[in-house]
Structure formats: structure tokens, C-alpha cells
Design a protein. Structure first.
Length: 122
């Protein structure tokens, strides 16, 4: 069943259905960037252009990541498996933990809080 994007404006629809290759979204707050990104992800999966485990969506906050994941889940009636929606920090942490030994660090490292980092400077 094709994804319904009729409620999006023309530019947003063009971004959602953009062909292969990079796509840059530049827009102000509240202009529908998250809607476009979530519809784009659902479109790629729905059209068979990408599998859910081939998609990585990064945001700055846990709240935004949870919202994005929820929106994608609502758009895909059959759900998704292995779609990775995360914050930049969580993504980097998971990547480092997975490949820590490959780059010569312990995979049991600890992230410092701002307070811990400040105390180290003393």
C-alpha cells in the first residue's frame, strides 16, 4: 500500500520521493523536517529501496529520537525491525563499545559526566 503523502506540501513530497543519492533538508523550526524525514524513511522501506536495518536516523535528543521512532512506527502498518533511530551520542557510544578492542581501547570504558570532567581539571 503506497504511503499517503498528500498532506505534505510540494517541496516536502519531492523530498520524501527523492530518488537515489544525497538529500539535504534546510528549514527552520516547526516547518516539518521531522515529518519529511520520517515519511522519507517509511517511503524507502515501503518501496523496497532500503531495508530497515540499512537505515540510520540520528537526532540530538532522546525525546526527538523517541518521537521519530514513534512516527515511523505509525507510518508503517507492519512495523519495522532493526531500524536504528538514536542520538548522536548513543550512536557513537554503541559504535565505540562494538569496536573498542579494534581501536585499542577497553569496551568497558565509562563516559564522564560534566562534573567528572571538571573534577579531572582540578
Amino acid at each position: 500500500m503506497p504511503l499517503n503523502i498528500s498532506h505534505l506540501n510540494t517541496e516536502q513530497q519531492n523530498a520524501v520521493t527523492h530518488g537515489a543519492g544525497p538529500l539535504l533538508l534546510v528549514a527552520g523550526a516547526g516547518t516539518g523536517k521531522t515529518a519529511v524525514i520520517t515519511h522519507r524513511i517509511a517511503h524507502l522501506i515501503d518501496q523496497g529501496s532500503a531495508k530497515s536495518n540499512e537505515i540510520l536516523a540520528l537526532t540530538f535528543t532522546e525525546k526527538a529520537a523517541a518521537e521519530m521512532e514513534e512516527r515511523i512506527d505509525r507510518l508503517l502498518p507492519y512495523g519495522y525491525i532493526d531500524l536504528w533511530v538514536s542520538t548522536f551520542h548513543s550512536f557513537a557510544d554503541r559504535l565505540l563499545k562494538t569496536h573498542a578492542l579494534d581501536i585499542g581501547i577497553s569496551n568497558e570504558y565509562k563516559l564522564l559526566t560534566q562534573t567528572d570532567a571538571w573534577l579531572l581539571k582540578i
